[in-house]
Design a protein around this ligand. Sequence first.
Ligand SMILES: NC(=O)c1ccc[n+]([C@@H]2O[C@H](COP(=O)([O-])OP(=O)(O)OC[C@H]3O[C@@H](n4cnc5c(N)ncnc54)[C@H](O)[C@@H]3O)[C@@H](O)[C@H]2O)c1
Ligand SMILES: [Zn+2]
Length: 360
Amino acid sequence: MPLKVINIDLKDKSYDIYIERGILDNIGKNIKKIWEGSKIGIITDHNLDSFYSERIKKSLQDEGFSVKVISIRPGEKSKSLSSLEAVYKELAGFNMTRKDLIIAFGGGVVGDLGGFAASTYLRGIPCIQVPTSLLSQIDSSIGGKAAVNLDMGKNLVGSFYQPKAVYIDPDVLSTLDEIHLKDGLAEVIKYAAILDEELFDRLIEYGSMDELLGDIEYIIFRCCSIKKALVEKDEFDFGERMLLNFGHTIGHGIEKYFNYEKYSHGFGVSIGMYNITKKSEEMGETQKGTSLRLKNLLLKYGLPCDMPDMDSVEFMKIILSDKKNMGGFLNLVLLKRIGQAFVKPVEIDEAKKYILEGCN
Ligand SMILES: NC(=O)c1ccc[n+]([C@@H]2O[C@H](COP(=O)([O-])OP(=O)(O)OC[C@H]3O[C@@H](n4cnc5c(N)ncnc54)[C@H](O)[C@@H]3O)[C@@H](O)[C@H]2O)c1
Ligand SMILES: [Zn+2]
């Protein structure tokens, strides 16, 4: 399938997302077309480094760029102030100036940390995102949210910093492990459920994971197009972008309840999407049959739906400590039907009815 381009229109911060199989090997030529500097710091993690650094470096060096690879340990623990400091030091050691460029080459961890390093090093130097996990290809690399975690919570220190471009090579998903592939698929199903019934139906139709992966460029394109529309309407996440939180209030709660050790993000979101929809359907706010359709699709791709065994008081406490608890209200994202979502601000007591569905 040929190159697909999506323009994110944010006035002077506009940029293009390029989606193409094999684009990694042409990254040098592509960057040459949109950027005039000569020195590039690639921020990545050890997994990506071992699979792809040589290829990406060669493509850049063939175009005359001078390149340094800065590799962090894989995993969420690296989204920290201490890794950030180590990255700043490597950038400084390579004498990076504001005329130079950072490439964040990896999953959401590298994207968020690399984006934040770029937005703050020397008060901001240009950044290009080359996302490699399904989640980062459809979600985290687009929209300019960059952050690191503190011990007290995730993404507590961050910025909005739009990249100069995003290059997505679906072929790199061939080395992504199954758990992270499923994590990304939960977000794909989320996009389909909130705004794209056609994609939802297509996900039902694929006969196997291989068939889905054969069509992954189309899936990435559809998801990025939805994110584009939401980001353009709501760059700083005060309104429309909230729809992306479908399933996330419960999902984040579950992840946190089990100390981020038992449930991955996508698994938490999967449980969250199903259970909140089951409840809103019971309350007459969602078209009948929607939660069953959603459940069948989630189960088809090996994603969970059942609420884990949790103490409901403790669970609610965790949810209310989340930043989405604003002044006695919670903004819940509910489905009207598949392909149509809305935000419902509800008081805490009312919110409990939705959130504790399926909880003991
Ligand atoms: N900025 C945003 O808008 C936004 C949105 C959603 C999530 N996020 C953030 O994204 C992060 C999660 O992202 P993630 O799920 O990509 O996690 P991740 O970056 O930790 O990647 C998951 C694992 O897969 C490996 N990996 C990635 N791509 C690979 C590939 N092609 N081949 C082999 N291995 C590969 C990584 O090394 C890592 O071990 C979280 O920190 C979350 O807060 C940010
Ligand atoms: Zn998510």
